[in-house]
Design a protein around this ligand. Structure first.
Ligand SMILES: N[C@@H](CCC(=O)N[C@@H](CS)C(=O)NCC(=O)O)C(=O)O
Length: 225
């Protein structure tokens, strides 16, 4: 079954990582994959554009079914392979509601991180303003503080929405990304505990990005947040 799947990905992309974690959790190892390079503009190649007209990664196919949006792909895989591997959407209505809530509200988190970590990269020199950067930082701090509250009781098997679920598949890569860019474990102890508890989970360990995009230049950019 996994042989009919094809993932085009780039290292350090948290949307790509979500699909890879889900494939591991659902025991779909052996899928076809290709690691591409942004530096070489491979995400704008004919091969990618034919499957994903946005020219973005992840680009994902299962047989003739194309589902490039990372969260859509994770939901698709869970639905198609419900009884295979680990269950990622709980049945209990209260648990399911919490899972969807945490998963969906985790989506803008990545942009909030990037607007601080890559501020100089995204905003041309003449257009940078301290007030804009400060607003981006305040938004990120508010998000991180909320996550600290959500993770108040974090422990083994007690993550963002109870047991390991799609909420973690979606949000954890962004948390790891923030720590890779220097986020302080002292200032965000619950997030750090969450980060460390899941670091060695087989699906996460097996798919850990071999290189974070631009990390060479920006690895400390979140240290004062
Ligand atoms: N909403 C998409 C986001 C995909 C996305 O933004 N991918 C980035 C890498 S993380 C990309 O390909 N950027 C290059 C570009 O937009 O040209 C998803 O969750 O799958």
């Amino acid at each position: 079954m996994a042989e009919s799947m094809y993932l085009l990905w780039v290292s350090g992309s948290t949307p790509c990582w979500r699909i890879m974690i889900t494939l591991e959790e659902k025991k779909l190892q052996g899928y076809k994959q290709k690691l591409l390079s942004f530096e070489k503009q491979e995400h704008k190649s004919k091969e990618v554009l034919e499957i994903n007209p946005r020219g973005q990664l992840p680009t994902f196919k299962h047989g003739d079914n194309i589902i490039n949006e990372s969260v859509g792909a994770c939901l698709y895989l869970e639905n198609q392979f419900k009884s295979q591997g680990n269950k990622l959407i709980p049945d209990n209505p209260a648990e399911q509601a919490l899972m969807y809530q945490r998963m969906m509200e985790g989506l803008p988190f990545l942009e909030k991180i990037e607007l601080v970590a890559f501020y100089d990269f995204f905003v041309p020199e003449g257009e940078r303003h301290d007030s804009a950067l400060k607003r981006n930082k305040d938004n990120l701090v508010a998000e991180l503080q909320l996550l600290e509250r959500y993770l108040e009781n974090v422990a083994t098997d007690r993550y963002l929405a109870g047991g390991f679920s799609l909420a973690d598949v979606v949000v954890y890569p962004n948390v790891a990304f923030a720590f890779a860019y220097g986020l302080s474990a002292e200032r965000y102890p619950k997030l750090a505990k969450y980060y460390n508890l899941l670091k060695d989970r087989p699906s996460i360990k097996a798919t850990w990005p071999p290189k974070w995009f631009l990390i060479e230049q920006k690895s400390e950019s979140l240290k004062d947040i």
